[in-house]
Design a protein around this ligand. Structure first.
Ligand code: SF4
Ligand code: SF4
Length: 372
């Protein structure tokens, strides 16, 4: 019998760590993988799995305060669940390995594990069952919904859908703004010290503006945002100084900062699809004849693109305009009823998506040749 794992206690609010890890989220923050106790779990308590990203583990434990559960931390290279699953670092292999090596089976009398919904791009539940005999299901998107989900066993529409609330937007602003302000402010401190503070403030203001407004703007948003920022920075500089170099910097810097802060905007929120594959116009496509109404696609889609048709035991792609091409539904469909198809009818088959951990969210170094 293994030693009972340590309880995760509540000193999980560590202001210094919280600030540091929020501002430098672009770096991996690994925590020890393995089994942990939340509260006083027994053999019937639920088993929850997450990646070994320190910030997530602490926030998860905080959200579960008052619950009794087993928390299995799987190695994900210290990266958050969404990025690790999409990038192939939290996959079926890591989940099966964690289930088999953590000893969790010795502490519970069931074989049910709850995975984070945003791991659905990388972890195939059928494969987890085949290789470990654990039944995996996907819990809610947000850790805050876990207590309600554990109590009712029901995943509501709101629990399935990804949101980008103000608190998350400000964290993303800090994630991109802090390192950018440090680099630009540091450079200015070295070359022209008087510019350091104004440049750092400009970056801070632009980060907040980009992450609160950018995805709500139209197609020409980069241009509109760049022009608005140049106009604002130049006007403020002109009002406070007549230095020609300062004015030139105020005219040029916002363009550069906009490019820097938005180049991976899609990677900062599961709300937005990547634009790298736009030219192929890949669309999520459903073959209704193959669909058998298992509803896994409905369970994992972060944009709630599917509607159930219970009378027919099928789904329909009722909101495909919201699709961000994450591939989660394709990976999970046991009938291979979902695939990506481009305007010419060329398909990316589900097995290719699963095998190469290929999603269309960001730039991936996978040749398009096999699909042509
Ligand atoms: S598309 Fe696939 S996962 Fe979705 S309901 Fe049909 S069979 Fe199930
Ligand atoms: S690929 Fe599109 S439809 Fe499928 S889960 Fe992702 S967002 Fe939903």
């Amino acid at each position: 019998m293994r030693e009972v794992p340590a309880v995760v206690k509540r000193p999980l609010v560590d202001p210094c760590k919280e600030v540091l890890q929020t501002a430098f989220r672009l770096l991996p923050w690994p925590t020890e993988a393995g089994l942990r106790r939340i509260g006083e779990p027994d053999e019937t308590s639920p088993v929850l799995l997450t990646g070994n990203y320190d910030l997530t583990v602490r926030r998860l434990a905080r959200a579960l305060d008052g619950c009794d559960a087993w928390l299995l931390v799987a190695p994900s290279r210290g990266i958050n669940v969404w990025c690790a699953a999409a990038g192939g670092h939290l996959s079926t292999h890591q989940v099966v390995t964690a289930l088999k090596t953590s000893g969790v089976a010795e502490f519970v009398n069931h074989r049910d594990v709850i995975l984070p919904q945003l791991a659905a791009t990388g972890v195939t539940v059928l494969e987890v069952f085949r290789r470990s005999h654990w039944k995996a299901r996907f819990g809610p998107v947000s850790a805050h919904d876990l207590p309600a989900y554990l109590e009712t066993g029901e995943k509501t529409d709101a629990m399935r859908r990804v949101r980008f609330p103000l608190s998350d937007r400000l964290q993303m602003a800090a994630q991109w703004g802090a390192p950018t302000a440090l680099v630009l402010g540091g450079l200015a401190l070295w070359l022209r010290p008087g510019f350091a503070l104004p440049l750092a403030l400009l970056v801070a203001a632009m980060s907040v503006a980009i992450f609160t407004l950018y995805d709500r703007m139209g197609n020409a948003r980069k241009l509109v945002f760049g022009i608005a920022s140049v106009a604002a920075a130049s006007s403020i500089t002109a009002l406070t100084s007549s230095d020609g170099v300062a004015l030139l910097t105020a005219a040029v810097a916002p363009v550069f900062i906009t490019m820097l802060l938005t180049f991976d905007y899609a990677g900062s929120t599961p709300l937005e699809g990547g634009s790298h594959f736009e030219e192929r116009k890949w669309r999520i496509t459903l073959d209704p004849d193959r669909c058998k109404g298992v509803y896994r696609c409905w369970e994992v889609c972060p944009e709630a693109c599917f509607e159930k048709l219970p009378n027919l035991r099928k789904v329909e792609l009722a909101h495909d305009d919201r699709c961000i091409r994450c591939g989660a539904c394709v990976v999970q469909c046991p009938q291979d009823a979902l695939f990506f198809q481009d305007a010419d009818g060329t398909r990316i088959e589900p097995d290719v998506i699963r095998k190469f951990k290929l999603n269309l969210l960001g730039e991936r170094k996978v040749s398009a040749a096999p699909f042509e």
